[in-house]
Design a protein around this ligand. Structure first.
Ligand code: OSB
Ligand code: MG
Length: 371
């Protein structure tokens, strides 16, 4: 394919609910949608899963925009012919990190490539599932009662996994309350790096809760202390923030820093790298699941596609559109059945049409780049 045009759109969409994590409360999302056009005018879509602040990782809407505009898009135009989307990972290697910026363009190229082949993205990347199992990620609630009520609501909707955000002071007692109310439901906690090894006794106590895992308890840039923690507790440790590449995954597995990995396409720099992390984990008997960044329908559709790979054996955070948005920017919206499954689209590319009116409505800035 020859890339003739790239469009960047900055979008702003209000969340249906405030989402609290150990790093702050989010009430809306500011992010970037990418459009990549080939010589025939066909278009692929990607989502840059950044936010307006650098609190989850170091990127923001502004840094990603700059990196795409001044480096990655010129690389694409200079390359001329791209015979397979896998080449984009290497093409972008000269730029260090900035993984969400890279992923936004790479994802659009994968969508475009799959559309050119007339095949679903899931099939093109080697996915094998017709439907995927999903869970829900619940933000920190003010009280145990509020948390129990929220969990109850999501269990009724059929979610197959309950993930509860924790931070110091809002941790074991909150989880205990949910366990007491609902018995042996599949539940886990996500600390977003809010604890240190000084809290090791707390994590030992959490072993009694029977959590399916604890996600990223320690520092965002650590794999050493996580290995010490994993050696001291029964509950599986899952890494999110600490894994940016297949090399990071290899080192974490070798050190015993985790027994599960959360794969986010944006965090690892694209679908090609996500597949590499998936394959390495599979060889090492490390199950994976797909994390989320409160995506719009476009990023969400990419998440559905990656989850069809066979080592995604634990329900992910890819909840349906209506959990997050009054209105999504794809057609139809991503929907879940009463058993907590999302059907994988059989249409080409990401498998969903773009709701152009909604896309325009939420676009606050737009720039087009031509070769
Ligand atoms: O740590 O997985 C996380 C949302 C924003 C930033 C980080 C995380 C999350 C979530 C929400 O847990 C997952 C989702 O529902 O998209
Ligand atoms: Mg997480």
């Amino acid at each position: 394919m020859r890339i003739e045009k790239v469009v960047l759109r900055k979008l702003k969409m209000d969340l249906k609910f405030p989402f609290q994590t150990s790093f702050g409360t989010q009430t809306d999302r500011e992010f970037i949608i990418t459009e990549v056009y080939d010589e025939a005018g066909q278009v692929g879509y990607g989502e840059c899963v950044v936010n307006s602040n650098p609190f989850y990782n170091e990127e923001t809407v502004q840094t990603a925009w700059h990196i795409m505009k001044d480096f990655l898009i010129p690389f694409l135009f200079q390359k001329g012919e791209i015979s397979h989307p896998k080449e984009v990972n290497d093409l972008f290697k000269q730029v260090r990190r900035n993984n969400m910026a890279k992923s936004a363009l790479e994802g659009a190229i994968w969508d475009l490539y799959a559309k050119q082949q007339g095949k679903p993205l899931a099939e093109v990347i080697g996915g094998t599932k017709d439907k995927i199992s999903v869970g829900v990620s619940i933000g920190i609630q003010e009280t145990k009662e509020a948390l129990v009520a929220t969990v109850g609501k999501y269990l009724e909707q059929g979610f197959q996994k309950i993930k509860i955000k924790i931070k110091p002071g809002k941790d074991i007692e909150m989880l205990q309350a949910v366990r007491e109310q609902f018995g042996s439901i599949p539940m886990m906690a996500d600390a977003n790096s809010a604890f240190t090894l000084d809290d090791i006794e707390l994590f030992k106590q959490m072993d009694s809760l029977g959590l399916i895992m604890i996600e990223q308890p320690l520092a965002h840039d650590d794999i050493i202390d996580h290995a010490k923690l994993q050696a001291a507790v029964q509950t599986r440790i899952c890494l999110d923030e600490s894994i940016h590449s297949v090399e990071d995954a290899r080192k974490a597995i070798e050190l015993g820093s985790c027994k599960v990995i959360n794969i986010k396409i944006g965090r690892v720099g694209g679908i090609t790298e996500a597949i590499k992390v998936h394959n390495l984990c599979k060889e090492n008997n490390i199950p994976v699941w797909c994390g989320g960044m409160l995506e719009s329908g476009i990023g969400r559709a990419h998440n559905v596609a990656i989850t069809t790979l066979d080592n995604f054996t634990i329900p992910g955070d890819t909840a349906p559109s209506a959990r997050y948005w009054e209105q999504d920017i794809i057609e139809p919206w991503i929907d879940m059945d009463a058993e907590g499954n999302i059907e994988v689209s059989k249409k080409p590319g990401i498998g969903y049409d773009i709701d152009q009116a909604a896309l325009e409505k939420y676009t606050v800035e737009q720039v087009s780049f031509s070769k």
